[in-house]
Design a protein around this ligand. Structure first.
Ligand SMILES: *Cc1c(COP(=O)(O)O)cnc(C)c1O
Length: 373
């Protein structure tokens, strides 16, 4: 039986009536751009993250851009992040006029290695963006300690980590701001594009509210050059519905990850994801590491099993960032992982039988490979 990599329709079917009622309310109120449905979601999402403010924006890239601009980051500044992220993290830095600088990752969590952070800091460094990749948080205590000592702003890229925790604290709530994407395939996904910034800094929240709305401080008064980065009302209403289900969906993801982990235990040639003792992984992506990825992906294709690769080319080796002059070998761990990552089907509605089937195909491939040498 084929197994999809992601099945958004299955989720929609489980909440159809609630979503349709929410949409009806938006259509009848006419509150399409910003407005009360966005404001209600902001209140709910701030509470979910344990922060005093949430500002809804157009997408996750807007969230990162808005947060950086609100902290005054601009041309001439450097911002440190990880090279194995979705390119949006670096793009937001570039869009502010700043320069992305990378530090390599920890091989067990796939997140920024805090022991490498300090040596990447220069007199131009203004901020650090730890990315909570695949749903597991970066090791925030040492990152915050270094950032505080060196006077750097910390903006968490929590786009893959809705509801993840670090020592009991929610993703997005530890740095000076936390940025989320609600792209449809994310753990909390809109029915379109959306994003948000959470923060405990009222001044910063206010600035992002201005930036997202053409720099308006009040009607017809534009205090700064902003952008159109508003969240739309439909997305606010849909996200309010889906947020109520997120804890159960996260539990389901964690259960699937646990089952996969049990099935891959002791299988030679497979490195399954591990949960750091400090945190709670929300498994946005369930990425294995394997040596013979191309051969395995063709076996998965033949079996009708969906897969993904997150991400095959690290940001510093993308053509868009050729000007940084970073050659292969610059970030050895991130580059090696990029050659080995293979993401398996992972979404709340996945059945236990489907998890078993996917694991069976992978195990069969590994066993044949071990025999064949
Ligand atoms: C999805 C994602 C983004 C960008 O979000 P958009 O909503 O697509 O703009 C940024 N960073 C990471 C790590 C992401 O996964």
């Amino acid at each position: 039986m084929p197994v999809a990599f992601l099945d958004l329709k299955a989720q929609y079917e489980s909440i159809r009536a609630e979503v349709q009622e929410a949409l009806r309310q938006v259509f009848e109120s006419g509150a399409f751009a910003g407005g009360p449905f966005v404001a209600r979601f902001e209140t709910e999402f701030a509470r979910f993250c344990g922060c005093s403010h949430a500002v809804g924006v157009g997408n996750g890239t807007d969230a990162l851009w808005g947060a950086l601009v609100a902290f005054g980051i601009g041309p001439g500044d450097e911002v440190i992040t990880a090279p194995n992220t979705f390119i949006a993290t670096a793009e937001a830095i570039s869009r502010c006029g700043a320069k992305p600088v990378f530090v390599d990752i920890d091989e067990s969590t796939y997140n920024m290695d805090p022991t490498l952070l300090e040596r990447a800091i220069t007199p131009r460094t203004r901020a650090v963006i730890p990315v909570h990749l695949f749903g597991q948080m970066a090791d925030m205590d040492p990152i915050m300690e270094i950032a505080r000592r060196r006077g750097l702003v910390v903006v968490e890229d929590a786009s893959q980590a809705h509801g993840a925790e670090y020592k009991g604290r929610a993703a997005g709530s530890i740095g000076d701001a936390g940025c989320f994407s609600f792209y449809p395939g994310k753990n909390l996904g809109a029915y379109g594009e959306a994003g948000a910034v959470v923060t405990n800094n009222a001044q910063v929240a206010k600035r992002i509210m201005m930036l997202r709305d053409h720099g308006q401080s009040r009607k017809h008064s534009h205090a700064t050059v902003g952008w159109n980065a508003r969240m739309d009302g439909i997305q606010g209403a849909v996200l309010s519905v889906k947020l109520r289900h997120l804890p159960a969906w996260t539990q389901a993801r964690r259960r699937h990850a646990w089952r996969y982990g049990a099935l891959f235990a002791g299988v030679e040639g497979v490195i399954a994801p591990s949960e750091a003792p400090y945190g709670r992984h929300v498994y946005h992506v369930y990425a294995l590491r394997v040596q013979d990825r191309d051969a395995l992906t063709s076996v998965l294709e033949k079996a009708g099993i969906g897969y993904g690769i997150h991400y095959p080319v690290p940001v510093h080796l993308q053509e868009a960032y050729r000007d940084l002059g970073l050659s292969p070998g610059s970030y050895g761990v991130a580059e090696r992982c990029a050659r080995e990552y293979l993401s398996l089907p992972m979404f709340p509605e996945l059945g236990d039988d489907q998890v078993a089937e996917v694991a069976d195909v992978v195990r069969g491939f590994m066993r044949a490979k071990a025999k064949g040498g």
